[in-house]
Design a protein around this ligand. Structure first.
Ligand code: GDP
Length: 294
C-alpha cells in the first residue's frame, strides 16, 4: 500500500538517520522532500504545506537537533503529524434508532454496493438483524448485484424492481424493516459517473425521507485529488458523517487517505481492501500513518 510514498519518505529520512547531530539545514531540506513526496502522492499543496510546516515547528520545539537520536525523534514527529492529519483516532458509526438507518452514497463504481454487503456482513457477525435496501432505480443490475451479495452473506435484501421512485422505496423499506423487527437498515443508493444535480437531489430527498442516523460516503481511493473533490461536493449537499475509502488494495498513491479529513472535515471510518466480503477494516489513523512510514 502506498509504496511510492513510503519509498520517498524513507528516502527523505535517510539523510537524518544515523546522524549523531543534525542541523537546521538538514531539517529544512528533509521537510521539503517530505512535502514533495506528499504532493506526488496527490495530497493537495495547501494540506502538504500545512502538515510539513507543523513537522518543522515540532522539530524545533522538541529540540530535535540536540536529541540523542535525532533521526528517530524526527520520524516520530512525522508519524504523529500524519496521524493527526487523518483525524487522530478511529471513529465509530452512529447506529441509533429502531431500526437504525444507514445511508450509503457515492459515485457509480466507487464500491458502494460491495461496501453495503461488507458492512451488512460485519454487523450480522455482531449479532445484528440487518436488512439491505436496493434504492438504485436506474440500473436493474445493481438490484441483482445486491441480491446476490445478500444471499451470499445471509442478509435480507429489500427491492421493488418495478418502482421508479427511490425515495418511496427507501421509505417503504424502513417501514418493512420496522415491522420485521430488524435492528439496522442499510440503504444503497444510485450513483452516477460524475456528480450531477439529479443524483444529488435524489439522495438528499432520501435523506429527508428516512432520517438516517449515519450517512457514509464511499469513494475510490485510486482517484486521488478527484476523490477529495467529490467528497467535498457530496458533503456540501449531504453533510455526511463518515467516509469509506475503497480499493486500497490497488495502487492508490495515498492522497485521498491523507487529505480527505483535512479538506472535508469528516473522518474516514472504514477502508476496503478487496472484493471479498471480509475485506473491510476500521480506519485507524495511527496504524495508517505507521503503514505509510513503513
Ligand atoms: P458501486 O457502483 O459504487 O455500487 O460499485 P460496486 O460495489 O459495484 O464496485 C465497483 C467495482 O469495484 C466492482 O467490480 C467491485 O468488485 C470492485 N470493488 C469494490 N470495492 C473494492 C475494493 O476495495 N478493492 C477492489 N480491488 N475492488 C473493489
Amino acid at each position: 500500500m502506498f509504496q511510492s510514498l513510503q519509498d520517498k519518505l524513507n528516502g527523505a529520512f535517510k539523510t537524518l538517520k544515523g546522524k549523531g547531530k543534525i542541523t537546521d539545514i538538514n531539517i529544512a531540506s528533509t521537510v521539503k522532500e517530505i512535502r514533495r513526496a506528499l504532493m506526488d502522492a496527490d495530497v493537495n499543496y495547501k494540506v502538504a504545506k500545512e502538515v510539513t510546516d507543523k513537522v518543522k515547528q515540532e522539530a524545533i520545539d522538541r529540540k530535535v537537533m540536540i536529541a540523542v537520536e535525532p533521526g528517530q525523534l524526527f520520524v516520530k514527529i512525522v508519524q504523529e503529524e500524519l496521524t493527526a492529519l487523518m483525524g487522530g483516532k478511529a471513529e465509530t458509526v452512529n447506529l441509533k434508532g429502531s431500526p437504525a438507518v444507514v445511508l450509503i452514497a457515492g459515485l457509480q463504481g466507487s464500491g458502494k454496493t460491495t461496501f453495503s454487503g461488507k458492512f451488512a456482513n460485519y454487523l450480522k457477525k455482531q449479532g445484528k438483524q440487518v436488512m439491505l435496501v436496493a434504492a438504485d432505480v436506474y440500473r436493474p443490475a445493481a438490484i441483482t448485484q445486491l441480491q446476490v451479495l445478500g444471499e451470499q452473506i445471509g442478509v435480507d435484501v429489500y427491492a421493488e424492481p418495478e418502482n421508479k421512485d427511490a425515495v418511496n422505496i427507501a421509505r417503504n423499506a424502513v417501514a418493512e424493516a420496522k415491522s420485521k423487527g430488524k435492528s439496522i437498515v442499510i440503504v444503497d443508493t444510485a450513483g452516477r459517473l460524475a456528480v450531477d444535480e439529479v443524483m444529488m437531489t435524489e439522495v438528499e430527498n432520501i435523506k429527508k425521507a428516512i432520517s438516517p442516523s449515519e450517512i457514509l460516503f464511499v469513494v475510490d481511493s485510486m482517484t486521488g485529488q478527484d476523490a477529495v473533490n467529490t467528497a467535498k461536493a457530496f458533503n456540501d449537499r449531504l453533510d455526511f458523517d463518515g467516509v469509506v475509502l475503497t480499493k486500497l488494495d490497488g495502487d492508490s498513491r495515498g492522497g485521498a487517505a491523507l487529505s480527505i479529513r483535512a479538506v472535508v472535515d469528516k473522518p474516514v471510518k472504514f477502508m476496503s481492501t478487496g472484493e471479498k466480503m471480509e475485506d473491510l477494516d476500521i480506519f485507524h489513523p495511527d496504524r495508517m500513518a505507521s503503514r505509510i512510514l513503513g
